[in-house]
Write a protein that binds this ligand. Sequence first.
Ligand code: FES
Length: 174
Amino acid sequence: MSTVDSTPEAAKIVESVDLTLMEPIFEKYRTQPGTLIPILQAAQEVYGYLPPEVLASIADTLDLSISKVFGVTTFYAQFYLERRGRHILKICDGTACHVKGTPMLLTALEDGMEVAAGETTDDGELTVEIVYCLGSCALAPVTVLNEQVMGRMRPEMLVRRVKKQIAAAQDDHQ
Ligand code: FES
């Protein structure tokens, strides 16, 4: 698959897996031992996630088996093997948040934005992730939109906030 749209907006999203983007990363860590994790982190920063082609390239360059590289990515929660949305919404489903309404928040997202927990919207704008206790139980139910913590969230407010955030980011890019 190749990138057909070469506008600046499109350039921000890596549509195809351009492995030349890995070259400066490999160069940076070339002489250092034990660099698998920093290389994976750097690659994820570039691509937003770790596509299979990138994992294969890392395994090849470091002379490791693909299963070893894959095993590390699945062991650490910080690594993502699937493309994520431009906006990340974390929803706490720890005990306090669950009791205070997380299931209703998830239903509102499914109804209002057609996205379920663990999924990304078809337009690639939003990924919804479940987390278990953010340590702010007094503010339950707690959500985090792009690192911004939002406590005592209500279903209709959540959908409104998320839509507003997506629209604001789209305006910024125009
Ligand atoms: S259970 Fe959600 S912040 Fe603790």
